[in-house]
Ligand binder design. Structure first.
Ligand code: EPU
Length: 359
């Protein structure tokens, strides 16, 4: 049992993070505490500052690869609470604390008649992690509904508000992965949702699945279909450790795409938003998004195992801990996948999962 060294903050020493990351990797935190109030969070940060410890903020642990023990303080955000404010225009602003479970929040909204997040059902992780990488699935990204974030500034320890525009959201990207990395902590997130049923069926596979059961799908139908599709191809981390998509879908210029198309005429492509393209190329370029799953499958990796790590046989974008994998084995498998995709297609895959420490 880790020793409790301050009763007030429940600061623990030498804690195995295995239960706190969905890959199920063992790595020890020098110090660890869970915070349920902003005040506790401020005190935990002050503790780290005083003895000059690095800090890692942990949400649901569903998008991280813990490569080694962490020599500093891991703060697990356990802030809870959801409030809603109906607006004159018929919409509702719903604010959720960052420690709320994402899927639980999506369910809460649906049950209360607040619509717009159904396509994002069953994404593992916490509300606070959602804006960091702008989670997205089945044609919807969380940035589409976010109005603002409430944050704690790690230097001044003051509470701030940032609007969605200031967050510079892109495909699996935001200012919190770039300029503001490690400088702000999300306390709560506000969303503008609809109070009249409104469904988003732009994603082909989702529309097709729903067409088989109903002519006029309701938000509940979309939620059910998304859960069903996800359960059919994404492994449940409680059963098979994983961190969802391990790689991002690469964005390449249309010029490059046309070259690859000549050699591989069946390569699929999807549209990509302009902000993401602008960030990548620093200018307006015609570009497309290529499904990494397709590239990995073509490169022959579907279902392949290296030690305890496997490229998931139903969705090769996901690497799984198939048998007591070490972080090194997952890293080695990812490296080999990246190398062979590069060799075959001249396309560079980028991990979507956050490596700790970074490479
Ligand atoms: N594909 C294959 N082989 C496969 C599976 C997929 O070639 O075995 C190709 C097909 O061309 C298919 C395309 O990949 O049409 C897209 O597949 P899918 O709908 O499963 O989505 P994805 O692009 O692979 C992204 C997100 C997922 C999200 C789904 C659904 C990223 C990195 N991943 O995956 O997000 O659930 O779309 O919208 O953008 C996550 O981020 O953890 C995650 C699971």
């Amino acid at each position: 049992m880790p020793e409790v060294i301050t009763t007030e903050l429940n600061m623990l020493e030498q804690v195995d993070l295995k239960p706190y990351n969905t890959f199920g990797l063992s790595a020890f935190a020098r110090y660890f505490c869970s915070v349920t109030s902003v005040n506790d969070l401020q005190r935990a940060l002050a503790f780290a500052k005083e003895i000059d410890l690095p800090v890692f903020i942990l949400g649901g642990g569903s998008n991280i690869l813990l490569r080694e023990d962490f020599p500093g303080l891991v703060i697990r955000i356990a802030l809870e609470g959801i409030v809603s404010h109906p607006q004159d225009d018929g919409s509702v602003i719903v604010t959720a604390a960052s420690g709320e479970n994402w899927h639980g929040f999506v369910e809460y909204c649906l049950h209360n008649g607040f619509y717009g997040l159904e396509n994002l059902a069953l994404i593992p992780g916490s509300v606070g992690a959602a804006p960091i990488q702008n989670i997205g699935a089945y044609g919807v990204e969380v940035k589409d509904s976010i109005t603002e974030l409430q944050l704690l500034d790690c230097d001044s320890m003051s509470i701030e508000v940032m609007t969605a525009e200031q967050c510079d959201f892109g495909y699996r990207d935001s200012i919190f992965k770039n300029e503001l990395k490690g400088r702000k902590i999300v306390l709560s997130v506000s969303f503008r949702l609809h109070t009249t049923p409104d469904v988003n069926l732009v994603y082909g596979a989702l529309a097709q699945a729903l067409a088989q059961t109903t002519d006029s799908p309701r938000p509940q139908d979309v939620f059910d279909a998304v859960c069903q599709i996800r359960r059919s191809k994404l492994p449940d981390p409680k059963i098979l450790g994983n961190a969802g998509s391990f790689f991002k879908n690469p964005v390449i210029s249309v010029m490059q795409y046309e070259k690859v198309l000549q050699l591989f005429p069946t390569i699929p492509s999807f549209p990509v938003d302009q902000r993401t393209v602008q960030k990548k190329y620093n200018e307006a370029v015609d570009a497309v998004k290529i499904p990494a799953a397709w590239l990995i499958e073509q490169a022959g990796w579907k279902g392949k195992t290296l030690g305890g790590a496997t490229v998931y046989h139903l969705q090769p974008l996901v690497l799984v801990n198939s048998g007591n994998a070490s972080a090194d084995e997952i890293v080695a498998l990812a490296g080999q996948v990246m190398e062979s995709v590069k060799a075959q297609f001249e396309i560079v895959l980028e991990p979507e999962v956050q490596w700790i420490p970074a490479k």
